[in-house]
Ligand binder design. Structure first.
Ligand code: NDP
Length: 246
């Protein structure tokens, strides 16, 4: 895969799936902007990619803050002159059964996972439309398709991303912009580390391939959708879940 001279922005690129996506793009020649709420973590993640010989910067960005999103993307375009690829990866969970779920938990998950995706996409579209080329990849989840007890907020946000993806794909297809989603199953990261061993064993039984996914499994699907050669795929979701949901 060759992404030389392409510019990719990864939200939530400081660890887990986002960090792996950033590494895979850098390894394949793309210049990378790593964003995250923790500025030091963003800078360190970006610095760790410089050994691939590409241009990288790490920026603080809370994707749910519209002013911050606007200013950050203006800064990226002024420094890199363009954005070819946006990966809307930033996401959080705040689990709880519906009757115990606070309004604050609902709002913060929807604000980061779904509104963040809207704000960042809106910020890159004018530049991508101008250059008549763009690849937007949104990270949704198997929970958005199957539901998951304790995740009413999270699964709603991830199902919302799928509808959002299809609509933006239709709106901007004529400008050479494709918009797709990747739906991870259970991937080994900090987000899933917090689950107790019993739940993990129960979940493993639901996975035909018999193992949890690795961050690389998601990065590979994202890079495929970001290729110039994938330009006839838009509005789709690739499920990367070991067969957990078919
Ligand atoms: P992690 O918790 O390991 O990483 C989440 C990343 O998002 C961090 O870099 C974090 O950085 C960033 N982030 C969180 N909130 C914000 C915010 N408001 N603005 C900007 N960045 C933010 O999660 P994973 O790597 O596991 O998950 C990545 C994506 O994949 C998420 O969208 C998640 O929902 C999805 N996913 C994960 C699955 C899994 O099994 N792990 C399964 C299905 C989907 P910081 O804290 O510095 O802001």
């Amino acid at each position: 895969m060759n992404f030389k001279s392409q510019v990719a922005v990864i939200t939530g690129g400081t660890r887990g799936i986002g960090k792996s996506i950033a590494e895979h793009f850098a390894k394949n020649g793309a210049d990378i902007i790593v964003c995250g709420r923790n500025p030091q973590a963003a800078i360190e993640a970006a610095e760790s990619l410089s050994s691939f010989g590409v241009k990288t910067i790490g920026l603080r960005l809370d994707v749910s803050n519209s002013q911050e999103v606007k200013e950050t993307f203006e800064k990226i375009i002024s420094e890199f002159k363009k954005i070819d690829i946006l990966v809307n990866n930033a996401g959080i969970t705040k689990d709880g059964l519906l009757m115990r779920m606070s309004e604050e938990s609902w709002d913060s998950v929807l604000d980061i996972n779904l509104k963040g995706c809207f704000l960042c996409t809106k910020a890159v579209i004018p530049e991508m439309a101008r250059q008549r080329y763009g690849r937007i990849i949104n990270i949704t989840s198997v929970a958005g398709f199957m539901g998951n007890p304790g995740q009413a907020n999270y699964s709603a946000s991830k199902a919302g991303i799928v509808g959002f993806t299809k609509t933006v794909a239709r709106e901007y297809a004529s400008r050479g912009i494709t918009v797709n989603a990747v739906a991870p199953g259970f991937i080994e990261t900090a987000m899933t580390d917090v689950l107790n061993e019993k739940i993990k064993e129960e979940m493993k039984k639901l996975i035909p391939l018999g193992r949890f996914g690795k961050v690389e499994d998601i990065a590979n699907a994202v890079l495929f959708l970001a290729l110039p050669e994938s330009g006839y795929i838009t509005g789709q979701t690739i499920h990367v879940n070991g067969g957990m949901y078919m």
